[in-house]
Design a protein around this ligand. Structure first.
Ligand code: HAM
Length: 428
């Protein structure tokens, strides 16, 4: 016997019980996005490596160590499994001149890939729902994103969540802060951990959001970026907060919140929870006013966010019964005999044409064993056809979830009977 193959570490299967809940979640999310006027965009999972090194930033964890990159054997092109969706979305918008006529409110959902150490809530293939608003400069769109998140969390009934907010200012403000920050951190050079030492000159801002308590202590005394914000950045930040107060969305300003991707400026935010252990952030985003031009488009402001679907699903399903199917068929079709099988096969299609779901019994067996399968399928009714029924052109229908008589009906009467029972629709 050959050895059993297993899936890759950090890349999970979603089995039917769970996958059905994902579909239910996706349906809620789609309605929510539509209610804010966002439209879908779908981009390839593979992109040129340069898109992410230029877009996300050379000195980020993602680009330095987490990307799944390879060279195409024939074309020798360097390509990467997307680690996030913003860069891809922006590439597509530029490539197809979507911003030419008007700003765009877009969303996407699908798998992303990062070579991280897998643990609860952290995977190598994970899914994001991402939202990007391109061509909008004002603080109202930043607030819209935060308010729409809040609505979704409320609709899902998420508890113990917090919104953290910060402003990263613009490039010149960050440059001034950077000089002072490096000078401050150099004083602690010997006490910096490995990541801190590595980032000191390449990405010193990231030292501020280190999870290491010793680094946090150093970070606490560091010059705060918010103190370097100019008038316009401050006004923008104030206006976002005003709108949040107006919408009664509580938040906490976290001056150490810097995000792990380089394209952000001004507003950044993270939704965190105390219920997921170390992987506390389940949704994050912010403004990225330079990215479009940086990737070859014309100068245009933008902002967006993405939620980690696995993390939101964990919060949503907490305390819910996750075993067992969510979707059950209307009918399980039981049949025995040659004439019965042919009649039943046609009947199943007729019932489906009338809008009901039918599981057609396959694999033989006597009526008793087929009825057992009908019961465990969760179907509402069993439709039963023997050769006698087939010869007289009728089928018997039997309720499986409630008391009720078995009745024999011709196909047209059967679909009307079902419509009345399942949807309360009376035939004329
Ligand atoms: P991000 O913070 O890298 O931002 O990822 C967003 C969310 O994806 C995280 O808050 C987390 O919930 C989830 N996530 C990230 N890595 C993993 C992982 N290894 N396993 C499970 N979940 C994970 C972005 O990706 C930006 N593109 C967000 C954005 C959109 N900013 C503006 N527009």
């Amino acid at each position: 016997m050959s050895t059993k193959l297993q899936g890759l570490r950090g890349m999970n299967d979603l089995l039917p019980d769970e996958a059905e809940r994902w579909e239910a979640f996706e349906a809620i999310v789609r309605d929510w996005l539509k209610s804010y006027g966002y439209r879908p965009i779908r981009t390839p999972i593979l992109e040129p490596t340069a898109l992410f090194s230029r877009g996300v930033g050379e000195h980020t964890d993602i680009v330095e160590k987490e990307m799944y990159s390879f060279e195409d054997r024939l074309s020798e092109e360097k390509m990467t499994l997307r680690p996030e969706g913003t860069a891809s979305c922006v590439r597509s918008v530029i490539e197809h001149s979507l911003l030419f006529a008007q700003p765009q409110r877009l969303y996407y959902s699908g798998p992303m890939f990062r070579h991280e150490r897998p643990q609860k809530g952290r995977y190598r293939q994970f899914n994001q729902v991402g939202v990007e608003a391109l061509g909008f400069a004002g603080p109202d769109i930043d607030a819209e994103h935060i308010v729409m998140c809040r609505r979704l969390w409320d609709d899902l009934g998420l508890e113990d969540i917090e919104l953290q907010l910060n402003s990263l200012g613009d490039a010149s403000e960050r440059a001034r802060h950077r000089g002072e920050l490096i000078a401050y951190l150099e004083k602690y050079q010997d006490s910096l951990d490995e990541d801190g030492k590595r980032r000191l000159y390449t990405n010193p801002l990231r030292v501020l959001d280190s999870k290491n308590p010793a680094m946090q202590e150093i970070a606490d005394g560091a010059p705060k970026l918010t103190a370097y914000l100019g008038e316009e950045s401050l006004r923008h930040f104030e206006a976002v907060q005003d709108l949040l107060r107006e919408a009664a969305v509580p938040y906490r300003i976290n001056p150490r919140l810097v995000r792990g991707l380089d394209y952000y400026n001004r507003t950044v935010f993270e939704w965190t929870t105390t219920r997921l252990g170390a992987q506390a952030t389940f949704c994050a985003g912010g403004r990225y006013d330079s990215l479009i031009a940086q990737l070859g488009g014309r100068e245009a402001p933008a902002c967006g966010f993405a939620m980690g679907m696995e993390r939101v699903m964990m919060l949503w399903l907490e305390g819910q019964e996750v075993n067992g199917p969510l979707e059950t068929p209307d009918i399980y079709l039981v049949h025995q005999g040659e004439a019965a099988q042919k009649f039943a096969f046609r009947l199943a299609e007729q019932i489906r044409s009338a809008g009901f779901s039918v599981v057609f019994h396959c694999g033989g067996g006597n009526f008793k064993s087929q009825m057992k399968k009908a019961n465990s399928s969760g179907a509402t009714y069993a439709v039963i056809v023997g050769d006698n029924e087939a010869n007289s052109g009728v089928a018997a229908v039997k309720p499986l979830r409630e008391e009720g008589e078995q009745v024999s009906l011709v196909p047209e009467a059967l679909t009307e009977w079902l419509a009345e029972r399942l949807y309360g629709v009376e035939a004329d």
